[in-house]
Ligand binder design. Structure first.
Ligand SMILES: CC(=O)N[C@H](C=O)[C@@H](O)[C@H](O)[C@H](O)COP(=O)(O)O
Length: 233
């Protein structure tokens, strides 16, 4: 299955707690729209969303289960990962950092158990070069740059962390998925050019609140007004 994702776009369809689109049917419709646009796979969050999306699209699904938003929160334990597999994900995305996990298992133990009990592929969401190398050693099938800028190890760049993608492209043997703050088609292309196997885009395609705010910021900021001679200060 992985070869179908080489050089392709994965679209992450997620809505956050309390948001209007936080509803499995809405996410499934967005996922289907992304597939019609050419997405090779969907990344999704939460068991109900994974089930709804699996009913609606036929492309592979990378599933995860977020628990909170601090520390180890992306599919933090083996039990969460097994539930994601049970919901219908083809790939389970789990925290792939070197931090302690809430269930006390190491990343290697978690992956080994998943492989013994299921035939799922494992995507390790890493935040640094050291995370990524350790995740590959631990048996991950895919390594993502998902957590770059969200742990202590690397600064949060305004766009994608292309330096990390570039550094990992020669270090890893498993497919490297560039993910995180890819906001334009040009940045997606740059991530592939930097050595990514696939590119994952979420917010810029599937989060209308953020996209709207980017436009609002651009047209309402004082300095934007000043820069445009047609508008009075
Ligand atoms: C750090 C974290 O929680 N990342 C999450 C991982 O699933 C999602 O909230 C992101 O939307 C996803 O990684 C795609 O990234 P972006 O939305 O920047 O294209």
């Amino acid at each position: 299955m992985l070869h179908t994702l080489r050089g392709r776009l994965v679209v992450s369809c997620q809505a956050y707690p309390g948001e209007p689109l936080r509803d499995p049917d809405s996410m499934a419709r967005i996922a289907e729209s992304a597939v019609i646009g050419g997405a090779a796979a969907i990344r999704s969050q939460g068991l109900d969303d994974i089930r709804a999306i699996a009913r609606r699209v036929t492309v592979p699904q990378i599933g995860l289960w977020k628990v909170g938003s601090d520390g180890v929160f992306i599919t933090p334990t083996l039990e969460h990962a097994l539930a994601v597999v049970d919901a219908g994900a083809d790939v389970v995305a789990i925290d792939g950092t070197r931090r302690a996990r809430p269930d006390g298992l190491t990343l290697e133990q978690t992956i080994r158990e998943l492989k013994q009990r299921t035939d799922v592929l494992v995507m390790a969401d890493a935040g640094s070069v050291d995370d990524a190398v350790a995740a590959e050693d631990a048996g991950a099938d895919i390594v993502g740059t998902t957590l770059s800028g969200y742990t202590e190890e690397r600064p949060r760049t305004s766009g994608p962390d292309l330096d990390l993608v570039h550094a990992l492209s020669t270090r890893l043997t498993v497919p490297l998925f560039a993910e995180g703050r890819i906001h334009t088609p040009a940045e997606a292309r740059a991530a592939l050019d930097a050595g990514a196997y696939s590119v994952v885009v979420g917010t810029a395609i599937t989060h209308p609140t953020s996209i709207t705010s980017w436009f609002v910021d651009a047209i309402e900021r004082e300095d934007a007004r000043a820069a445009d001679g047609r508008l009075p200060r």
